[in-house]
Ligand binder design. Structure first.
Ligand code: GLU
Length: 477
């Protein structure tokens, strides 16, 4: 029987979790779930200088909010843990001692100044700087947490297989002596992840492109430790909207929790993030989480950069919102109502929601799109003045049009059918186009630039209120 698939998400707690990080987590999660394998969360907190307080909670909250459940992690131990590297120092020390014993690691005796001098020497003679050209003849005995411990590499050329990038290779110059354990007793990423992936029986490493150039060093270390390496899977970078550089916070890409707070749906975010560098080979764009688990494959991760296009996310989210059942939308919208909605019953809220559902792209747009259903907004003359079709008619004409609308609507029972009939009759009798007449009535009755279909909006706003608003607009002209 082949081994169970185990993947891990191994973030460093150095700040907010960006989209690229979440995508790594998602791909690793999908691979594990699809294969009935295991997905671990491992916190790589060995660089105390870069650690940002609160990051671990943030990472855990993000994964939980996106329903990317892990089978083991810092708050969910199993026999492969602990899952915080800072709690595994003894394990790294044990492995480091093995390397010392086999002659594959040595205490680094140099001061920063000495190393700087070596570097300068190399640059003056236009040679690449390599630590292994400066190995001490008689290194001191390694004292844990006093001197750094450096790997004694065995330089050679490598070629290796990456499931996404294909065959990669590098010459012996890519292999050098690197630090395994720092002088503070903490391991480097380069050492710790290799030990952990082995001890945790990880089968697939899914991580960013920045680790490709160090892979020859890792391969050299796997050999020295006499262990096999997991399958390497390196998805393409997530690029900014212009597609020519890596996505950064400056491109407006938000933290996942911010997107959720703005009313992006979990399923839309997951679908969108999965599509950054992966497709199923068809033109299908919308995938439920179950469909993703079914359809995902590392063979279909693309090599070239994946563009982060927020408009596409917006489109996707709007589509998911439109596809929600009325009840489900009602539940999801609960936290997003304008405060004025508090005075209205659920039936009224449900009617409003049905009307705005078509137009909602994310749920925090709800107040802006629905406020006029709850309160009378002050007259806003700009709405008419900035509409050339209306302003060119002149005030008298606008007033006349609104007066005839008022007269007709006064007779209406405010059922949607009757309102529709009356609005259409008004078009005929006035000889105006909908873009003129309906825009005018819309502005008068909502004081908003856009609203759901007019008759339905009037029906929900109600007769008294609609007439009162028309009257107010007439008086202002
Ligand atoms: N701790 C590394 C990072 O946050 C993870 C790399 C890996 O997945 O091995 O970039």
């Amino acid at each position: 029987m082949s081994e169970i698939i185990r993947t891990r998400f191994a973030p460093s707690p150095t700040g907010y979790l960006h989209v690229g990080g979440i995508r790594t987590a998602l791909f690793a999660w999908l691979l594990a779930r699809q294969n009935k394998g295991l997905f671990y969360l491992r916190i790589e907190d060995t660089d105390k200088n870069r650690e940002v307080e609160g990051s671990i909670e943030h990472i855990i909250n993000c994964l939980k909010a996106l329903n990317l459940d892990y089978d083991a992690g810092p708050d969910k131990p199993n026999d492969k843990g602990p899952f915080r590297q800072s709690e595994r120092l003894e394990i790294y020390r044990k492995w480091a001692n093995k390397l010392v014993e086999s002659g594959r690691a040595y205490a680094d005796p140099y001061s920063k100044e000495e190393l700087d001098a070596f570097r300068k020497q190399a640059s003056d003679s236009k040679q690449p700087f390599l630590y292994r050209n400066h190995r001490p003849d008689n290194p001191p005995t390694w004292e844990y947490s006093k001197q750094p411990l450096r790997f004694k590499s065995d330089p050679k050329a490598y070629s290796w297989e990456d499931k996404v990038m294909g065959k990669l290779s590098a010459g012996a110059e890519a292999v050098d002596d690197f630090i395994l354990i720092k002088s503070d007793g903490y391991p480097t990423y380069n050492f710790a992840h290799i030990v952990d992936d082995y001890e945790m029986r990880i089968t697939h490493i899914i991580r960013g492109q920045e680790f490709i150039s160090s892979t020859p060093n890792y391969l050299n270390l796997y050999e020295a430790l006499e262990i096999d390496h997991p399958v390497f899977v390196t998805p393409p970078p997530v690029l900014g909207p212009t597609g020519n550089k890596k996505l950064s916070k400056r491109d407006g890409a938000k933290d996942v929790l911010e997107y959720l707070a703005e009313g992006y749906l979990v399923e839309a975010l997951i679908n969108f993030i999965a599509s950054l560098g992966w497709n199923d080979g068809t033109t299908k764009e919308l995938f439920s989480v179950e469909e993703l688990i079914e359809a995902f494959s590392i063979e279909r991760i693309v090599k070239s950069g994946a563009r982060f296009d927020e408009r596409r996310l917006l489109w996707m989210n709007g589509t998911y919102i439109r596809n929600l059942s009325k009840d489900e939308l009602f539940k999801r919208a609960e936290a997003f109502w304008p405060k004025e909605a508090a005075n209205y019953d659920n039936e009224y809220l449900a009617q409003v929601l049905t009307l705005v559902q078509e137009r909602l792209k994310y749920l925090s747009e709800l107040p802006e799109l629905s406020r006029f259903f709850f309160i009378d907004l002050p007259l806003n003359p700009i709405l008419i003045n900035s509409n050339p079709k209306l302003s060119e008619l002149g005030k008298d004409m606008l007033k006349q049009l609104l007066e005839s609308a008022y007269e007709s609507l006064e007779q209406s029972d405010f059922s949607q059918d009757d309102l529709n009939n009356r609005l259409n009759d008004l078009l005929t009798s006035s000889g105006q186009k909908p873009a003129v007449l309906f825009s005018l009535i819309r502005i008068a009755s909502t004081q908003a630039t856009a609203s759901p279909p007019l008759a339905a909006s009037l029906m929900v706003i109600g007769k008294d209120r609609s007439l009162k608003r028309l009257k107010q607009q007439i008086d202002s002209l």
